[in-house]
Design a protein around this ligand. Structure first.
Ligand SMILES: [Ca+2]
Ligand SMILES: [Ca+2]
Length: 392
């Protein structure tokens, strides 16, 4: 029983950007419509609309393994992860009750990550995985908080049948249910924490594990445990939704205005797809700093997605300028403007701009930092150049 409700308030209204070529997507698109559904007398927010992957962002590796068919998300293919980045709770959940119906084929391995964060490739390093596995060779079965508190060998469901998977996180406690039965009740212990594999807050991600794993997800909902509602917040990087990063980690890149970084915080960290590494330039608080990159083939870049570093918000970029090189080597400005403060550390935001010219050489420059008075550098975890997806 769906009923369209829930308004969006335009948090985006505050996200204006300057610059002659810059427009924000909010000016061009309608507010997202978040549906809710009542189940057992409680109101749940819909995370998957049953029609397409709006509100979800795949990893950069193997993004084609996710598709939508007959009201369900189909996952079939090699490793990738599909992260919720829609407007419910700003895709940042702390205490919650999550539910999804799941269907596995024999030997499928999947999972639902929570308190996680988008990353370009690899197994998500942030948060926990509620394992999905009935008959994959891995002994860790459905109902496990993967690698932390495991259900070994005997899965609580069968392949080729829909089951209801619920995740409840409250404080330091994680409860996993299968078809209404509690199969895991785990309270986080300090000695179990490994790096960012821990409770904090974050989003959800669905797992594509290996080419032999095929499974479905449908009717994906979440509700708050405290109070009645989640805020509906347009993600600060919503302007880049549907676009893909055209910069590969190994593309030729040169720091600007000069190579002036700590040894392990060089410019390549800005394009490595990893929010946990950062590019720091010791000149960037005094003069425009950034990089010049050459991508594999021409692309029409229409958005810049930035991810803040781990500390020192005074070093965050407060403005941006993007230039492209013409065939005769002349640099032309594509877009420039100011940036809103990041919402936090490792937080993404995107700006969208008008551009219809394709380039292979781009310059990304940050003319100023958030507080040049107290900063000793400019730093950024990721700077992604976004374009319409093209055929592979
Ligand atoms: Ca898994
Ligand atoms: Ca990085």
């Amino acid at each position: 029983m769906h009923f369209p409700t829930r308004t969006l308030f335009a948090a985006v209204a505050a996200l204006w950007i300057g610059g002659p070529a810059a427009v924000h997507l909010a000016a061009e698109s309608e507010a997202p419509d978040v549906r809710t559904v009542t189940i057992d007398g409680q109101e749940w927010y819909e995370l998957f609309n049953g029609e397409n992957l709006d509100g979800w962002r795949p990893a950069e590796e193997n993004p084609h393994v996710f598709s939508v068919e007959d009201g369900k998300i189909v996952i079939d293919g090699p490793r990738s992860h599909l992260f919720y980045d829609g407007p419910v709770a700003g895709a940042d959940f702390k205490d919650f009750h999550f539910r999804s119906e799941v269907y596995t084929y024999p030997r499928a391995n999947s999972g639902i990550f929570f308190h996680t964060r988008w990353q370009a490739r690899g197994w998500p390093s942030v948060g926990y995985e509620a394992q999905v596995n009935a008959t994959h060779r891995d002994r860790i079965k459905t109902g496990s908080v993967y690698g932390v508190s495991n259900v070994l060998d005997d899965a609580p469901h069968n392949d080729e049948e829909w089951f209801l998977y619920e995740i409840i996180v409250k404080g330091d406690r994680i409860i996993l249910k299968v078809d209404g039965e509690t199969v895991m009740d785990y309270t986080e212990r300090e000695e179990d924490i490994r790096g960012q594999r821990r409770l904090s807050s974050g989003t959800f991600a669905l797992q594509a594990h290996d080419p032999g794993s095929r499974m479905y997800f449908r009717n994906i909902y979440v509700r708050p445990l405290e109070g009645d509602t989640f805020p509906i917040v347009e993600a600060p990087d919503a302007a880049a939704e549907g676009l893909v990063n055209v910069v590969q980690p190994n593309d030729p890149i040169v720091p600007l205005p000069a190579d002036d970084s700590p040894e392990d915080e060089g410019v390549r960290n800005a394009i490595d797809g990893d929010a946990n590494t950062k590019y720091l330039n010791f000149r960037g608080h005094r003069e425009p700093a950034g990089f010049e990159v050459t991508i594999g083939r021409p692309a029409v870049v229409t958005a810049l997605r930035l991810t803040s570093a781990d500390d020192a918000p005074e070093r965050d970029p407060a403005g941006y300028r993007i230039e492209g090189a013409t065939a005769d080597g002349e640099w032309v400005e594509i877009a420039a403007g100011s940036l809103e403060p990041f919402r936090g550390r490792h937080a993404a935001q995107a700006v969208r701009f008008d551009n219809d010219r394709a380039f292979t050489r781009y310059r990304v420059l940050f003319p100023e930092v958030r507080d040049a008075g107290s900063a000793n550098s400019m730093q950024i975890a990721l700077a992604e150049l976004m374009a319409e997806p093209s055929d592979p």
